[in-house]
Design a protein around this ligand. Structure first.
Ligand code: MLT
Length: 200
C-alpha cells in the first residue's frame, strides 16, 4: 500500500497508524500524529480504492452503505500490510495505535471488529459501526477514543453510541467524546484525543 513511515524518537512510544478520510491521502493526518505524540513512529497509509478519483479504504454502495465483501478483503489487506511494515521498518507490532478519520476510522473500527491483536488502541474521529452482523473478538482492556458530532449528517448519533456498545461488550474501554458540530474533524476533538492519549 502507498504509505509514509516516520521513525519515532523513543523506542517505547507507539507507532501511529494514520488512516485518512474519503478523498484524502497519507499526508493529511501527519500533523495530527505529531500533535498527539511527537515521539511516536508514524505509519500513514493511503487507501487502495479510488471512488471518482478519491482514495478510500474500501468500496461503498452508497453514502454510509458499505460493500461488506470488499470491507472484509481490505481489512485483511491492511492487517497484513501492518505486519509487513513492522518487519520492514522494525517497529513493535504489538504497540500500534490507529488514528482514523471518517472512512479511515471505519476501517480502523473494522480492524478492531475482526482481530483481537490488530491494534493496541484506537482514536476514531467520526466513525460508524462497520459491521452489525459479526461477532467481535475479545478486546479486553483495549482503549478506544471516539469523537462524534451531534449534528453529523454522515454519522447519526446512534452510530457512535452503538459503536461504543459493541466495543464495550467485547471488553474494550471506550471513551465517547461529543462535539456540537457536524462531520468535520475539529481542533477541540483533537485536543480531547490528545488529553485521552496522555492518560494511557
Ligand atoms: C464511509 O464511507 O466510510 C463513510 O460514509 C464515511 C465517508 O464518507 O467516508
Amino acid at each position: 500500500m502507498e504509505h509514509i513511515f516516520q521513525q519515532g524518537s523513543k523506542p517505547v512510544s507507539p507507532t501511529f497508524l494514520m488512516l485518512h478520510g474519503t478523498g484524502g491521502n497519507e499526508r493529511d493526518l501527519l500533523p495530527l500524529a505529531a500533535h498527539i505524540d511527537p515521539s511516536a513512529s508514524v505509519l500513514s497509509v493511503r487507501g487502495n480504492i479510488l471512488e471518482n478519483g478519491m482514495p478510500r479504504f474500501f468500496k461503498r454502495l452508497a453514502e454510509g452503505v458499505f460493500d461488506m465483501e470488499d470491507l472484509e478483503f481490505r481489512t485483511k489487506e491492511l492487517y497484513d500490510f501492518i505486519d509487513h511494515a513492522s518487519l520492514k521498518y522494525g517497529f513493535d507490532r504489538s504497540n500500534v495505535i490507529a488514528i482514523g478519520y471518517s472512512n479511515g476510522a471505519n476501517i480502523a473500527g473494522n480492524l478492531l471488529f475482526t482481530y483481537a491483536d490488530a491494534l493496541k488502541g484506537a482514536i476514531l474521529h467520526h466513525p460508524m459501526v462497520p459491521n452489525r452482523e459479526t461477532e467481535l473478538p475479545d478486546l479486553s482492556g483495549t482503549p478506544v477514543f471516539i469523537a462524534a458530532g451531534t449534528n453529523d449528517p454522515i454519522c447519526p448519533a446512534e452510530e457512535s453510541t452503538d459503536l461504543q456498545q459493541f466495543l464495550q461488550n467485547a471488553g474494550a474501554k471506550v471513551d465517547l467524546h461529543w462535539e456540537s458540530h457536524g462531520h468535520q474533524l475539529t481542533m477541540s476533538e483533537v485536543e480531547a484525543a490528545k488529553a485521552w492519549y496522555s492518560k494511557l
